[in-house]
Design a protein around this ligand. Sequence first.
Ligand code: URA
Length: 432
Amino acid sequence: MIRPAELIQRKRDGEELGDGEIAELVLGYARGDVPDYQMAAFAMAVYFRGLSPRETFALTDAMIRSGETLDLGAALGRKVVDKHSTGGVGDKTSLALGPIVAACGVPVGKMSGRGLGHTGGTLDKLESIPGYRVELTTEEFVEQVRDVGLAIIGQTGDLVPADKQLYGLRDVTATVDQLSLIAASIMSKKLAAGAQAIVLDVKVGDGAFMKTIDDARRLAETMIALGDEAGREVVCLLTDMDQPLGAAVGNALEVREALATVRGNGPADFSELVLYASARLLALSDLGVGEAEGRRRAEAAVADGSAEAMWRRWIEAQGGTADESTLPAAPVVRVVEAPDDGAVARLGAIRIGNAALRLGAGRRTKADTIDHAVGVVCIRKRGDEVERGDPLAEVHARDEASAAEAVEAVLSAYELGPEPPHRHGVVLEVMS
Ligand code: URA
């Protein structure tokens, strides 16, 4: 039997641990034999010393072995593709991409997470839809993917329980933003859920865990290597998180924006990312099409209404009301006006994310409840020119006091300059 204290010490001193040692530690933690305080110390040692590629794979593999795995591909008799984001502000990509890809004939069965801190979670967004059930049994999940073509649920308790525990621990011990730990956490869930090909959206910028393109590339390389080792195809999109994605930040607001995008009326940057990622997924699927044809089909599904029809079938199959008028709306809406003439030089994602968090759209601790109605709508984005008094953004709040505080916070996220900055697309790089 391993002694956790010895492994912590060896990792602290920069040693490489063996596969069996890592497996014993992780499986012991999942069983409750290794206490939180030792696992927290181990995570901190990893934070400072890192993990070798071999150790990262051993950690991923052990986390997968801590629970059950799902072979969705075998259950459906299809090649299963999946998509995951490393987390950002205003990131509602799965909500729009799911119906588009499913409408193109590729089944989508997605397990998503909740938001923590300034990043939002797909499950919280979906829970703003009255009646929507995020918890399905594995049988219900498989059946819905087979019959409807699309299901998005919370990770079942049996899948990668070690990650669930470890993620919660990392979140309160300042050890989330460590590259190997993020890579193992994300890839263990994707591999355990049976995806054969995965599109990973690696967010880069002030609203993301990875602040620089170099760090994002290293995370992408690590996840691609983990996929390789497990015999799965992985494509990483490195995408802009220096400003919020799209306009809406906040749960019900984001659901409305995702639906508008499925109808072809979404914000430009968000629509571009959704169509780009959809095309990549279709090209990795068993449809036998390339990326250009994938893009054409994704655009056609939006234009001919089949993606919207899929949205309705999916939401209703999962118990929700697809009629957007039933989404909660905040009682107080305040406009944030441009203090001067100029162009938006910067729109800080983390400031907008934190403003939405303080309005009640997110959780500061795991026990917090969410106000699904509140949030921020960034009407103007980086590069847009404005005149003094033009609306920059809207704050959707529960009361006047929180609205006033958020208006100040949102204003501080906007930096106006004399000239628009150099424009670039939302997809910065693609690695595979
Ligand atoms: N998302 C995850 O699932 N895990 C991490 O560690 C970070 C982001």
